[in-house]
Design a protein around this ligand. Structure first.
Ligand code: 4NP
Length: 156
């Protein structure tokens, strides 16, 4: 039997740090488990500040040291995304609010990355852009911890 394709969109502010990392890590996990053909995995930013740009080099290098490739180009979230994707995962509450402002009646399930975490994690994935190296490591830590649960929910 053909299984239906499920789609997930990671969303942050610039679409050059946190959400490309979500996309890259979930894709890696899906490929490892030979599930790539059943999933559509993408990312977008609530701002248009960096449209067309690849992921931030600090983020790309941090992810690469942990075995992940970040290949996306920044694009801005659209109203249509909130109908076209099954699951939309905001990296923090501020982006979750921005999503609600773009489309107050999405058909997508909109949630926070931290909804997929158990234990002592922050509610928001901290914005690493203006901080030091630790911030980029924390982005990978949080997303790595959440991705198995995200995958499980998508395949339910
Ligand atoms: P991101 O990080 O939302 O994780 O992609 C940021 C990237 C750029 C800016 C802020 C956050 N910025 O202000 O340009």
């Amino acid at each position: 039997m053909m299984s239906e394709t499920k789609s997930v969109l990671f969303v942050c502010l610039g679409n050059i740090c946190r959400s490309p990392t979500g996309e890259g890590i979930l894709l890696h996990l899906a490929q490892q488990q030979d599930l790539e053909s059943r999933l559509l995995i993408d990312s977008a930013g609530t701002s248009g500040y960096h449209v067309g740009q690849p992921a931030d080099l600090r983020m790309t290098e941090c992810a690469s040291r942990r075995g992940y490739r970040l290949l996306s180009r920044s694009r801005q979230l659209t109203h249509g995304d909130l109908h076209e994707f099954d699951l939309v995962i905001a990296m923090d509450r501020s982006n979750q609010e921005a999503i609600a402002a773009i489309n107050s009646e999405p058909t997508a399930t909109v949630c926070l990355l931290s909804d997929f975490l158990e234990g002592d994690w922050p509610v928001d994935v901290p914005d690493p852009y203006y901080g030091g190296a630790d911030g980029f490591e924390e982005v990978v830590d949080m997303i790595e911890a959440a991705c198995p649960k995200i995958l499980a929910q998508l395949l339910e």
